[in-house]
Design a protein around this ligand. Structure first.
Ligand code: ADP
Length: 339
C-alpha cells in the first residue's frame, strides 16, 4: 500500500537498484513501489511506462569504476574532499559528510541555485576540468521541447509559465540521459537543476551518494537582469549574455558589476532567447525556487554536504574563487584550458 495515495497493487516490491523489474500477471507492472530498506514506508511512483527509466537511474547511479581519463583526479578527490570539508567547517562550524566512497568512483556533485545564477556556466566548466559529464535537467527538458515528441506541447505549457515539470517526467528524461552516457562509458556527474524538489532529493539519496552540493548565490535584482540578458546560439548551442550589469551597493549589500559575455561574430546573427526568460516568467521561476527548491538546500545542509558560494561578480572574478573554494586552484593548466 502506497503511503502517498493508498493505492494497493499486487506486485513484487522493487527495491531500487537491487531487485529486478516488478512484474504482475499481465507483464510489467504499471505501478512501481519504491521500498525503502531503511524504513517501512512505500512510495508509489505510478510511473506506468517509466519503470525502465527509473530502474536505469538506480543502476546507472551505482558506483562504477573510474575511467582512465579521470583517474588522475581520483587521488585528488580525496584531498579535495578533505579541503572542501575544512573550508566548510571553518565557515559553518560543521563538517560535511564527504568521507567516501570516492576511492572507487568518480565525482558525484550537485549544483543548486536560483534561475540565472550561473549553475550551467560553472557546472559545465567544472565538468571539463574534472572529466565528468555535466547533466542539466533544464537542457533535457528543452531538448524534449524542441522535438516533436508527444510530451513537447505539454512541457511547453508548464515551462513557459515558469512552473516545474512533474518529477516523473524529469526522472524519465534523466534516466534516458544517464543510459546514453553509460553506453559511452561515462561515470560520475555534475547535476545542474536536479534535484529541485525534496522528493527528487530523497529519491536521488536512495539510489546514490552525493559527495558535494555547491549552492551558488547572487542578489535577486542581478539574477533577473542576467536572465533577461541570456542568449543562446541556435547553431552551436553556446550560451552568452548581453547584459552589462552595474548593481549599486544598497542595504549593506556590496555593489556588483558584470561585463557582458558577448558572442563571436559567427554566432552573433544566430542568437535566440529562451521563451521562459521574460521578466514575468523569471519572477515566477524565482518564486517557485523559493517555495519548492529552497528546502532542497536545507536537505543537503542537514547532511553537511552544502557548500555555500556567493558569486563575487562575473566569470573572471568568480571562476578563480570557486576553484579556490573547491581546492582546485592549483590546476593552472586545466584552468587555462577551460577559460
Ligand atoms: P533555470 O534557469 O530556472 O535554473 P533550467 O534550465 O534549469 O532553468 O530549467 C528550465 C525549466 O525546466 C524549469 O523552469 C522547469 O520547468 C524545468 N525543469 C528543469 N529541471 C527540473 C527539475 N529537476 N524538476 C522539475 N522541473 C525542472
Amino acid at each position: 500500500i502506497c503511503d502517498g495515495c493508498s493505492i494497493t497493487q499486487n506486485t513484487l516490491f522493487y527495491e531500487l537498484g537491487i531487485s529486478n523489474f516488478p512484474f504482475n500477471a499481465k507483464g510489467p507492472s504499471p505501478l512501481l513501489l519504491h521500498a525503502s530498506s531503511s524504513s517501512s514506508s512505500f512510495l508509489c511512483l505510478q510511473f506506468s511506462r517509466q519503470i525502465h527509466p527509473m530502474a536505469a537511474i538506480a543502476r546507472l547511479l551505482k558506483p562504477s569504476s573510474p575511467s582512465s581519463s579521470i583517474s588522475s583526479f581520483l587521488k585528488r578527490s580525496v584531498s579535495t574532499t578533505t579541503a572542501v570539508a575544512s573550508e566548510i567547517e571553518s565557515q559553518h562550524h560543521q563538517r560535511p559528510n564527504l568521507s567516501d566512497p570516492k576511492g572507487s568512483r568518480n565525482f558525484q556533485w550537485v549544483f543548486l541555485g536560483c534561475p540565472g545564477v550561473g549553475k550551467g556556466t560553472y557546472a559545465s566548466r567544472l565538468s571539463t576540468l574534472l572529466g565528468v559529464p555535466h547533466i542539466a535537467t533544464g537542457d533535457l527538458v528543452r531538448a524534449e521541447l524542441s522535438s516533436s515528441g508527444p510530451l513537447s506541447r505539454q512541457l511547453a505549457e508548464i515551462v513557459n509559465q515558469g512552473k516545474l515539470v512533474s518529477d516523473e517526467i524529469i526522472f524519465n528524461l534523466l534516466s534516458k540521459r544517464l543510459e546514453a552516457g553509460e553506453a559511452k562509458g561515462e561515470s560520475g556527474f555534475i547535476l545542474d537543476g536536479f534535484p529541485r524538489t525534496i522528493r527528487q532529493a530523497e529519491i536521488l539519496d536512495e539510489v546514490t551518494e552525493i559527495d558535494l552540493v555547491v549552492n551558488l548565490k547572487l542578489r535577486e535584482d542581478v539574477l533577473v537582469e542576467k536572465c533577461l540578458g541570456r542568449r543562446i546560439c541556435s547553431q552551436c548551442g553556446k550560451g552568452f549574455n548581453v547584459a552589462s550589469i552595474n548593481a549599486k551597493a544598497e542595504n549593506g549589500r556590496p555593489g556588483m558589476s558584470m561585463a557582458p559575455l558577448l558572442p563571436p561574430s559567427h554566432c552573433a546573427s544566430k542568437l535566440i532567447t529562451r521563451a521562459d526568460d521574460t521578466e514575468e516568467v523569471v519572477k515566477a521561476r524565482l518564486h517557485v525556487y523559493q517555495e519548492t527548491s529552497k528546502p532542497v538546500e536545507d536537505f543537503y545542509r542537514d547532511q553537511g554536504k552544502l557548500m555555500e558560494f556567493d558569486l563575487p561578480g562575473g566569470i573572471p572574478e568568480s571562476w578563480p574563487k570557486l576553484l579556490e573554494a573547491l581546492n582546485l586552484d592549483d590546476h593552472e593548466d586545466e584552468r587555462s584550458a577551460v577559460a
